[in-house]
Structure formats: structure tokens, C-alpha cells
Design a protein around this ligand. Structure first.
Ligand SMILES: *Cc1c(COP(=O)(O)O)cnc(C)c1O
Length: 376
């Protein structure tokens, strides 16, 4: 028997989330009298842990797929994806350009080094590029004072038919909170964008979900870049997936392997991080930090056993963790356990207990956990 642990991936939930986002963006665009944005489904990091194959099916209605890794891009083409593909960090060396040209990939250009490499490459057809502008994230992108020079280099590349210019983009630092920074970034983007007549791409999930930001963006065609919301989690701490009718696309499941009766004063697990104050029934679950469950999850982290919410008690081990079954008398050896990804237990809730975010938990379930893709 395989160890009872599984990562269940719902392709239907992914398709549902995309449709919900499309509808939401259509509605706000109608009120603003502009065309609906096109959607890049962001599938970096193995589609946030859901698998590239699931993403190619689940996001079949997206206008394009965006990721970082050239091999993930090639896999999408092998799986039959013929629509646009965007490499969000562009290329990491001129050797990549050969594949980019063959597979017809679009690339983000964020540095003069990349522009120099494009100038020395003879593509079969002009390479589609986005110009990435640093409006305050201070990670990737041309500084505002570099834009004039970058744009004149790009125009030269366009004249030589080495590149095909798609438009400008930027990335927000604080879109998941009601911070004035996002509006400031939008204003800088619009003020400094050297190619205002082209489509642009600025919104991640948070900015797309916060419809009040859309009115600052103007009516030029845009492409949004949606990641976390398409997997059924929100980027916000105070708003849940349910608030937006998003459904979790990933459920981490395990089982009760053993049950211990613990007496008052007895400790549980490594370091006896939990001590029983009254007689307790402790369930031992077939999931640990080597599966991607956060080792720092404290006593009290919510978990579902036999359909009922209860809590983690004691230290998370490499292969096991322990839960309180005192109030779940129907739980037995073999009872199902849900670690996250359920209407009653979001990945964000679990993440928050451990001082991290849903993004990290979704994308770091480890290789040894078997994945089951539900295509229905
Ligand atoms: C990851 C990423 C996104 C998607 O972000 P979400 O918060 O998951 O929607 C968008 N744009 C860029 C450049 C990214 O790296």
C-alpha cells in the first residue's frame, strides 16, 4: 500500500476560477466603457504546485500562459498549447533565444543586457517582447530614468525586425493591501510609459480583484497576469476565496495512522511541545514537513479530521503530525484528514498560523506526495 497521503488537483476548480475572474473583469470593464482585459494565467513554479498539465487543461480559456522556466514553456507547447506564452523574467542568457524563437515564446525585457543579446540574435521571426518598467517594486525592470534609452534601443530592434513590441508592463509591491503605493505606481507607469499607445500589463491577482483600482488604469487594452486567484486562494489576509466565489484547486489529504490515549501531564511528540491538561485522544496523521506541511505550524493550527475541524497539537515531525481527536469520537485509524484546500479550511488560514502565505504552501508540497489530477 502506498503511504496514505495525496495532493488532489481539481482542473474544474481552476477553470471555474478563471471564468469567475473573466466575468469580474468583464463587468468592471463594461462600467468603465473599455475592452475587457486579456488574461495571462500565471503558471510559474509548476503552476503554483498544481502541475503544468493540469494548468494547460484548467486554463484552456486563458488568452496566454505566463511562467519563468523555459522547460515549463516547452512542456506547454508539447501539451498542445498554441496560444501566447510569456516568460516573465525573459531569458537568462543568449542560448535561451534559440528555443524562444523555435517555440514562439514572448519575453519580458528588464535589462540592457537582454537588449544587447537581442541585438545579436537573428530570429526566424521577430521576438515578441514586453518592456518591464520599475515603478517602485525595485526588483526587476528599467528605472524611470533609463526608459528613454531603453525605448530607443527597442525601436531600433523593431526597425531591424528583431523584436515585435507587445507593450509595457510593471509589477505592484503592495496591491494586496489598501496602500496608496499601488495608485502611485500606476500614476508613475502612465506618466513614464514610453509606449502609451500599446497594450499594457500591470495587474496581478490582487490588483485585478480590487476593482476600484481599475479606474486609474485608463482605457488602453490591457493584459492582466493572474496567479493565486486562479488556484482558488486570495492574496489578501482579510478577504477569503469564498468572498470572491473562488474554489480551492488543491487539497492536501492524509489519514489517521494511529491513536494514542494521553493522560494529564503527558507530553506529545518531539520536545513535548504540547502537554495534555486533561485526558486526550491524540491522532497521528500521515503527513509531515517532508511533505511540505510547515514545520513551524503551532499548537492550534486548524485541520479537518473525519469531516470535523480540530487542531494540530505538538511538534510537526518529518513524516507525521499529531492532532486532537478528543471531541471527534467517530475518528478512527484510517479516518480521512484534510490539511488544506477545503471550503472549511483554506490554505491561507493554515499559512497564517505558520507566519507564511498560501502561495508558499501551495507551491512547496514535495515530490514524494503523489498527485491525483481530477479532470471532471
Ligand atoms: C507571480 C507573478 C504574477 C502573479 O501574481 P499573483 O499574485 O499570484 O496573481 C504576476 N506578475 C508577475 C511578474 C509575477 O511574477
Amino acid at each position: 500500500m502506498p503511504r496514505p497521503i495525496a495532493l488532489k488537483i481539481s482542473v474544474a476548480a481552476m477553470a471555474h476560477n478563471l471564468a469567475i475572474m473573466r466575468q469580474r473583469l468583464d463587468e468592471v470593464s463594461q462600467t468603465l466603457n473599455r475592452d475587457s482585459p486579456k488574461i495571462w494565467a500565471v503558471i510559474k513554479a509548476n503552476a503554483y504546485g498544481h502541475g503544468i498539465e493540469a494548468a494547460v487543461s484548467g486554463f484552456a480559456q486563458a488568452d496566454g500562459l505566463a511562467m519563468l522556466d523555459l522547460h515549463e514553456a516547452m512542456l506547454c507547447r508539447q501539451l498542445g498549447w498554441t496560444k501566447p506564452i510569456l516568460l516573465l523574467e525573459g531569458f537568462f542568457g543568449s542560448a535561451d533565444l534559440q528555443v524562444i524563437d523555435e517555440q514562439q515564446l514572448a519575453v519580458v525585457v528588464h535589462s540592457f543586457e537582454q537588449l544587447a543579446q537581442l541585438a545579436h540574435f537573428q530570429p526566424r521571426q521577430p521576438v515578441p517582447i514586453y518592456l518591464k518598467i520599475n515603478t517602485g517594486m525595485n526588483r526587476l525592470g528599467f528605472a524611470l530614468e533609463e526608459l528613454e534609452q531603453a525605448w530607443s534601443l527597442i525601436q531600433a530592434l523593431m526597425e531591424q525586425e528583431l523584436v515585435h513590441f507587445l507593450g509595457s508592463m510593471t509589477h505592484f509591491a503592495c496591491a494586496d493591501e489598501p496602500s496608496p503605493t499601488t495608485v502611485e505606481q500606476i500614476q508613475l507607469f502612465r506618466q513614464y510609459n514610453p509606449a502609451p499607445d500599446y497594450p499594457f500589463s500591470v495587474c496581478n491577482s490582487a490588483a485585478a480583484l480590487r476593482t476600484e483600482l481599475q479606474s486609474y488604469l485608463g482605457t488602453q487594452p490591457q493584459w492582466v497576469r493572474l496567479g493565486i486567484c486562479l488556484y482558488g486562494a486570495t492574496p489578501f489576509v482579510d478577504l477569503t476565496a469564498e468572498d470572491f466565489d473562488l474554489r480551492p484547486a488543491q487539497t492536501l489529504e492524509a489519514e489517521i495512522l494511529s491513536i494514542q490515549q494521553v493522560k494529564p501531564g503527558q507530553g506529545v511528540g518531539y520536545g513535548h511541545l504540547f502537554t495534555a491538561e486533561q485526558p486526550m485522544r491524540i491522532g497521528v496523521v500521515s503527513c509531515g514537513y517532508a511533505d511540505g506541511y510547515p514545520r513551524q505550524a503551532p499548537n492550534g493550527t486548524p485541520i479537518i479530521v473525519a469531516g470535523q475541524r480540530t487542531q494540530v497539537v505538538g511538534c510537526i515531525s518529518m513524516d507525521l503530525l499529531t492532532v486532537d481527536l478528543t471531541n471527534i469520537p467517530q475518528a478512527q485509524v484510517g479516518s480521512p484528514v484534510i490539511l488544506w484546500g477545503h471550503a472549511q479550511l483554506s490554505v491561507n488560514e493554515v499559512a497564517e498560523y505558520s507566519g507564511t502565505i498560501g502561495y508558499e504552501l501551495l507551491s512547496t508540497v514535495t515530490q514524494r506526495v503523489p498527485r491525483y489530477q481530477d479532470n471532471t
